[in-house]
Design a protein around this ligand. Sequence first.
Ligand SMILES: [Zn+2]
Length: 329
Amino acid sequence: MDDARTPPDLPSWATWWQRPFPDANTLLLHGRRPALVDSGFVGHAAETADWADARARARSGGRPVELVVNTHWHSDHVGGNALLQARGAAVAAGAPEAAALARRDPGCCSAEYLDQPVPAYSVDLALDDGQSLRLGDADWQIVRTPGHTPGHLALWQPEERLLVVGDALSDYDVGWVNLALDGPEAAGTALASLKRIADLDPRVVLPSHGPVPADPAAALAAAQRRAQRLVDDPDGAVWYGARRILAFALMIRGGLPSAEAEPYLLARAWLTDAARLLRRTPEVLADELVTGMVRSGALALRDGRLYAAAEHAPVPPETLRVPYPRDWT
Ligand SMILES: [Zn+2]
């Protein structure tokens, strides 16, 4: 909780919380309509909601969070939605996601595909490109930024030139793309989205993972170079996604016994799809993925257990027991 901080170049009505994996960073906007941008992972939903409500009340004349806005529906961005919604907040998300959630599409949140738990929520407000949205006391514009997911959006505050970019980029990388699920053009779509938000010339870029970039233009230029590489090297893009998905799976489970890694991977749709795109059997890919990540230091093997090496906060195992969207009521 004490790691909440406001970078010096953010206005006083915004509180930024940079969080380790598996939670996405969170932005709280105070004022007459307290709003939270992204709500973290389910394993820390109570912590997220308590933090946001307490800060919103303290800074917004006693009002709790009234609106949660999701940059996209991955589990590390929407895990607190259900709890905040139960407390009375509305949820806003990109129109394609809102439509799929309204249908209770089994593909919602890619939760089952990625094997990442998401508690059931609904979208009260579907957001379209160019739409204006009052968050706190300021008006923000919705900028559709498909690529990392088809429904991904960025939020732009033109007076302060603040840009919330979700997983479109971070200070150190570009968001992974899912060529199996979203098609071979997904990397090009991500690159086009990056060009579009770079043209806004933001003063501050707020990414969902890692620190606020010291130089927004440089971060956006670097992300475009990385996205171009994903376009030029589709196999590399598939590998990149697979590594990110496996690291996340290990983070939320506190690692896996190394003997269980292969059966776990072979049961995953994303692994089977990646193997097909990489012209390998799932068995070969599972082995290459783990071996390569251990060799690079992305995974650590200790006492017969595989762990993700990147910094991450522990998750109570019982919080992972959430039905897939196909079983949401
Ligand atoms: Zn994501």
